[in-house]
Design a protein around this ligand. Structure first.
Ligand SMILES: Nc1ncnc2c1ncn2[C@@H]1O[C@H](COP(=O)(O)OP(=O)(O)OP(=O)(O)O)[C@@H](O)[C@H]1O
Ligand SMILES: [Mg+2]
Length: 330
C-alpha cells in the first residue's frame, strides 16, 4: 500500500487518487446448487466511480452483500485498504465502507434527522455509561452528531424535512436519505444498490450530480443500476455481471459496444455465453407462444379472435418469469 495521502474538502485525509481501495479477489457465493456470484475480481481505486450492471438475477446485490459482510463468500477475499475485511457488517462500516439497499431500509418511525444521526454511531466514542449519565461529554457528542447530520441533510437537499418522519418522505427522497445516512458513517467507499430505482428523469439527474459531489469529497463509489444512460454518464469504469460471472469491465465506450453486453441485454445469445441455454429456452417458448397465437387467429374467426388476444399476456408471463428478481433476497 502506498502511504500518499490527500486532504479532502471535508478536511479528512484520504489515500491519493488511484490507490487501490477495495480489492475483491475470486469472490464466489453459492446457495446450495446455485452459484450466484462466480469467481469475481473487482478493484475500486480512490477517486473512482465504478458501475456494476447486469440483467436481473445476475448476482449484483449478492456481490454487494459479500463485500459488506452480510454474506460470507463461499470462496475469495475482500480487502479494503489492503486489509482483509471481517465478514461482519458493523466492522465493514467501521473499516470505511457504507452502503444503501435496493429495498430501502430506513427507520420508518424515526425522523429524517434521527435516521442520519444513527448512521454516525459507528464513529462516536461515547459508551453506554456515558449515555446513561448524559454528562457534558455525551451532550457535546450528541450536539456534534446533530450538526453533522444537518450538514449532510443540506448536502443531499433534505434539510427542510429534518423533522419529518422518514416514512412520510416520497420514494426518491427516501433514497437520498439512505445516502445521507450512509455518509454519516464517514466512509471512504460508498456502495449504492440501484439509487435511482423509482425516480423520475429529473430526480435521476439530481442524483447523478449528488454522486459526482460525493466523489469530489474524496469518497469512491461503486454503483449498481439498470439505467444505462445514468451508468455510462457517471462511471469511470463499468463491470458487467451475467449469471454471476464478470463478462467484461471497461470504460463506457468499451462496454457499450461489446457484442456480449448487447447480447446479454437484448437476449441474443452468443456462443458459450453464461445464460445462453436459458435464453434459448425463452426464445423457443416465445416462438411456441407466437405459433399458438397465429394458429388460433386463423382458426375460427371472428368469434375466437377476442379470447385469443385476451389470453396472450397470460401466456407470455411464464416465459418471462425466470428473469424476474426475488425481492426478499435484497
Ligand atoms: N439468500 C439467498 N438464498 C438463495 N438464493 C439467493 C439468495 N440471495 C440471492 N439469491 C439468488 O442469487 C441470484 C442473484 O440474485 P441477486 O439479487 O444478487 O441479483 P441482482 O443482480 O441483484 O438482480 P436484480 O437486478 O434483480 O436486483 C438470484 O438467482 C437469487 O435468487
Ligand atoms: Mg439486486
Amino acid at each position: 500500500m502506498t502511504t500518499d495521502t490527500i486532504t479532502t474538502p471535508a478536511g479528512n485525509t484520504a489515500p491519493a487518487p488511484g490507490t487501490p481501495l477495495l480489492q475483491a479477489g475470486g469472490v464466489t457465493m453459492r446457495f446450495g446448487g446455485l452459484t450466484a456470484v462466480n469467481n469475481v475480481d473487482l478493484t475500486v481505486n480512490t477517486g473512482e466511480i465504478i458501475g456494476l450492471i447486469g440483467p436481473n438475477g445476475a448476482g449484483k446485490t449478492t456481490f454487494f452483500n459479500c463485500l459488506t459482510g452480510l454474506y460470507v463468500p463461499t470462496e475469495g477475499t475482500v480487502r479494503y485498504q489492503g486489509n482483509i475485511l471481517p465478514a461482519k457488517p458493523f466492522k465493514v462500516t467501521q473499516a470505511g465502507i457504507a452502503r444503501t439497499f435496493q429495498n430501502i431500509r430506513l427507520f420508518a418511525n424515526m425522523t429524517v434527522l434521527e435516521n442520519v444521526i444513527v448512521g454516525s454511531h459507528c464513529r462516536t466514542k461515547q459508551g453506554i455509561l456515558s449515555a446513561l449519565l448524559r454528562g457534558p461529554g455525551f451532550r457535546r457528542t450528541e450536539r456534534e452528531s446533530r450538526d453533522k447530520a444537518m450538514e449532510l441533510l443540506r448536502f443531499v437537499g433534505l434539510d427542510g424535512k429534518a423533522e419529518h418522519l422518514a416514512r412520510n418522505l416520497p420514494y426518491g427522497e427516501q433514497r437520498k436519505l439512505e445516502i445521507a445516512r450512509a455518509l454519516a458513517s464517514e466512509p471512504g467507499l460508498l456502495l449504492l444498490d440501484e439509487p435511482t430505482a423509482g425516480m423520475n428523469p429529473q430526480e435521476t439527474r439530481v442524483t447523478e450530480e449528488l454522486i459526482f459531489a460525493i466523489r469530489d469529497q474524496g469518497i469512491a463509489i461503486l454503483v449498481i443500476e439498470h439505467d444505462m444512460r445514468f451508468i455510462f454518464n457517471l462511471c469511470d469504469r463499468t463491470a458487467v455481471l451475467v449469471q454471476g460471472q464478470k463478462l467484461i469491465e471497461g470504460d463506457s465506450a468499451t462496454v457499450q459496444s461489446d457484442e456480449r453486453v448487447i447480447a446479454a441485454y437484448l437476449g441474443t445469445p452468443f456462443e458459450g455465453a453464461p445464460g445462453e441455454e436459458e435464453a434459448q429456452e425463452v426464445q423457443a417458448a416465445e416462438a411456441h407462444a407466437a405459433e399458438a397465437a397465429g394458429a388460433a387467429d386463423t382458426a375460427e374467426e371472428p368469434a375466437d379472435a377476442q379470447p385469443t388476444a385476451a389470453q396472450e399476456p397470460a401466456d407470455a408471463q411464464p416465459t418471462e418469469a425466470p428473469t424476474e428478481s426475488e425481492e426478499d433476497a435484497k
